[in-house]
Design a protein around this ligand. Structure first.
Ligand code: AMP
Length: 391
C-alpha cells in the first residue's frame, strides 16, 4: 500500500506547483537521446496542467561539479518538452535566485517553467536548507515525481519537502507500488536476477533478498567474485577482492537459493574481437577473463524464470556492450519478457537490453531508477519518499 499523499489528495487548482522530476536523460550535441524519463513524468505534468496549475519543473542532469556547465544544461530538455505538450513551456537559466524568482512570478496558470540543473549549486547535494527554502519560495505545493533520485537526500528531493506541503506524483507512486509489492507480497516463486559489474554494490541487495526470494540467479561480473571466493582461479576476470570474505559468507549462508552460472563465456582480452570459448564453470585459464554466461546457464536459469510468479531483474549477465558477449543478457531478457510472471526491471542496462529485444511491452514494469530501485531491494528507506506527507 502506498501510504503517502499524492497530487490527487491535494487542492491543486490554480496553485503554483514545484515538481521535482527526473530529467537526468542522455544529451548528445544538445539533443535529447532516450526520452523514457521525460515520457514517464508526463502523466503528472498533464494532470497538474489540467488543474490549471502553474507548473515549475526542477531536476538534476549528470554530474556537474556544483557550477554551471553548459553541456549539462536542461535547456534541451525544455525544448524537447515543448514538442510533447501543447501548453507554453519556458526555461530559466537558474533554479534559484532572482532569475528564477522573476520567471516563476511571471509564469501563468496552465504554463510550464523548466528550471536549470539543480546541481549547478553545490548546495543541492549538501541538502542545504537555505537552497531548499529558496526552491520552496517559488511555489505553493511541492510534488516529488523523481523516483530515480528518491534515494538521495538533496535540497530539491528532500530538503524542500520540509518547507511546503509535499506530495508524490504519479510516477513515484507507480514505482513504489510495483517494487514495494514485489518485495513485500510477491506472487511466488519469487526470483531475483542480479548481474552487472561489481558485487560490492549489490551485497546488501543479496542479503536482503535471501530470505524474501525463492531463488537468486547471479550473472555478470558479480559472479566472478563469488567464484573466486569458492576457490576457483578466475584469470583476469573483474573481481572485487575487498569483499571476498563477505562473498564467501554469502555463498555459505545462501545454499541452494543462490544460483551461479554453470557455464561461462571467456575471452583472451577485454574486447569485442577477442577470441572466445565456452567452458563449464571451473578454473579459468591464466590471461583469460569471464565476459558472459554460457548457453547451459541460460537454459537452467530460463527454466526457473519460466516457472516464476515474480521476477525482479537488475544488471546485465555479461559485457553486453560487446555484441559478441551480449548473448547471455539478451537471452535472459527474452525469457523474462516471455514469462507469465510479474516482471520488474531496474537499472539502465537491463532496461536497455529489454528494449533492444523489442519485448519491453511484455514487462510489467520497467523502473526509471536504477540506484533507487536497488536501495528498495536492499530494504532501505528512500529519503525523498520519507519526506512526503503521510496519507
Ligand atoms: P552495473 O552498473 O553494476 O549494473 O554494471 C553494468 C556493467 O557490468 C556493464 O557495463 C557490463 O559491461 C558490466 N559487466 C557485466 N558482466 C561483466 C563481466 N563478466 N566482466 C566485466 N564487466 C561486466
Amino acid at each position: 500500500m502506498f501510504n503517502k499523499k499524492t497530487i490527487e489528495d491535494m487542492d491543486i487548482k490554480n496553485k503554483r506547483v514545484l515538481v521535482r522530476v527526473d530529467f537526468n536523460v542522455p544529451i548528445k550535441d544538445g539533443k535529447v537521446g532516450d526520452d523514457t524519463r521525460i515520457q514517464a513524468a508526463l502523466p503528472t505534468i498533464k494532470f497538474l496542467l489540467n488543474q490549471n496549475a502553474a507548473v515549475i519543473l526542477c531536476s538534476h542532469l549528470g554530474r556537474p561539479k556544483g557550477v554551471a556547465d553548459s553541456s549539462l544544461s536542461l535547456k534541451p530538455v525544455a525544448e524537447y518538452l515543448k514538442r510533447l505538450i501543447p501548453n507554453p513551456v519556458y526555461f530559466v537559466e537558474d533554479c534559484i535566485g532572482t532569475a528564477a524568482e522573476k520567471a516563476t512570478r511571471e509564469l501563468k496558470k496552465g504554463e510550464v517553467l523548466v528550471l536549470e540543473n539543480t546541481r549547478f549549486h553545490t548546495e543541492e547535494k549538501n541538502n542545504d536548507p537555505e537552497m531548499a527554502k529558496q526552491l520552496a519560495d517559488l511555489a505553493d505545493i511541492y510534488v516529488n515525481d523523481a523516483f530515480g533520485s528518491a534515494h538521495r537526500a538533496h535540497a530539491s528531493t528532500e530538503g524542500v519537502a520540509h518547507f511546503l506541503p509535499a506530495v508524490a506524483g504519479f510516477l513515484m507512486e507507480k514505482e513504489i507500488q510495483f517494487l514495494g509489492q514485489a518485495i513485500t507480497e510477491p506472487k511466488r516463486p519469487f526470483i531475483a536476477i542480479l548481474g552487472g559489474a561489481k558485487i560490492s554494490d549489490k551485497i546488501g541487495v543479496i542479503r536482503n533478498l535471501l530470505d524474501k526470494t525463492d531463488f537468486i540467479l547471479i550473472g555478470g561480473g558479480m559472479a566472478n567474485t563469488l567464484f573466486k571466493a569458492m576457490g576457483y582461479p578466475v584469470g583476469d576476470s573483474l573481481v572485487d577482492d575487498d569483499v571476498l570474505d563477505i562473498a564467501r559468507g554469502l555463498v555459505k549462508q545462501a545454499g541452494q537459493k543462490l544460483r551461479l552460472p554453470i557455464d561461462i563465456v571467456i575471452a583472451n582480452k577485454f574486447a569485442n574481437d577477442a577470441e572466445k570459448k565456452v567452458m563449464a564453470t571451473g578454473p579459468i585459464p591464466e590471461n583469460w577473463r569471464i565476459l558472459d554466461i554460457g548457453p547451459d546457464t541460460v537454459t537452467a536459469y530460463g527454466k526457473i524464470i519460466k516457472g516464476a510468479g515474480t521476477v525482479v531483474w537488475n544488471g546485465p549477465m555479461g559485457v553486453f556492450e560487446f555484441s559478441n558477449f551480449a548473448e547471455g543478457t539478451f537471452a535472459i531478457a527474452k525469457v523474462v519478457a516471455e514469462s507469465n510472471a510479474v516482471s520488474i526491471i531496474g537499472g539502465g542496462d537491463s532496461a536497455a537490453a529489454i528494449k533492444q529485444t523489442g519485448l519491453a511491452k511484455k514487462i510489467t514494469h520497467i523502473s526509471t531508477g536504477g540506484g533507487a530501485s536497488l536501495e528498495m531491494l536492499e530494504g532501505k528507506e528512500l529519503p525523498g519518499l520519507v519526506a512526503l506527507m503521510d496519507k
